[in-house]
Design a protein around this ligand. Sequence first.
Ligand code: ADP
Ligand code: MG
Length: 282
Amino acid sequence: MTAAAPAASPAPPQVLLAHHLRQLKLPTFLREYEKVATEAAREGLDHVRFLLRLAELELIDRERRMVERRIRAAHFSAVKSFDTFDFTAIPSLNKPLTLELARCEYLIARDNVIALGNSGTGKTHVCLALGLAACQRGFPVSFFTAAGLVHQLMEARDERRLLKLQAQLAAVKLLIVDELGYVPLSQTGAELLFEIFSQRHERGSTIVTSNLPFEEWTSVFGNQRLTGALLDRLTHHVHILELNGESYRLKQSKARRRRDPRPPDEVAAAADPETGEIIRAS
Ligand code: ADP
Ligand code: MG
């Protein structure tokens, strides 16, 4: 007589639960349920409140993960917010309008934003902060420099995937085109960029930053008629931010020099050669 093989013992419920929660894509639920169960027992919470607490944790985490995903997808050159922006440093910038824009209602109205001003005045910082605010409020964003966007459009055209890229750019809720004006565009580049602005007109918002006043945009697009048509579309529903003043970087380095009037090489010479720490004579 042969002994019957022992029946496979059923998997412990924790293993099954972990499996099901993974299938259901509830990672926070899985990570937190034991801790929350202990809390619930200690506080005498009933089952419904125990589940409610877990569901709330999952929702909060899911929202955070989605914001992070949108930020990654936006390809920002840096992640900056208005928390680190000093409005007193740039009195020409309309602070109430800027903060109103940070509430993102212009995205629902499909308005555009144009930030104009000389170099170093915070245009990129402001458009990054508006982009971040949009990601946090659930809007998909794409960030480009004008030169980078034109480069990608030309490459897509050469590789016969221009239509696909155009469709992607038309679908995004907020397109940010930074630094229009630093590099003059080729005729093809100008036409491709014009097409993007045209396709987005009244369909989605675009933020453009430029160091050039509108009168000089022809020098970027190399064609008065095209520039006129582009400005016509872009400025149809637009909020204009003016950032004119001294470069923030320059002002900061001047302030540093005022605090330490020694020439930079002398300051460097006073650095600890091992740690690089600045040794200051007291
Ligand atoms: P622009 O795009 O107009 O040339 P940036 O936004 O690149 O200027 O600003 C240059 C640097 O100075 C960046 O590091 C930016 O974060 C910082 N900066 C500019 N303006 C401010 C400001 N008002 N408050 C805080 N940081 C600022
Ligand atoms: Mg810039």
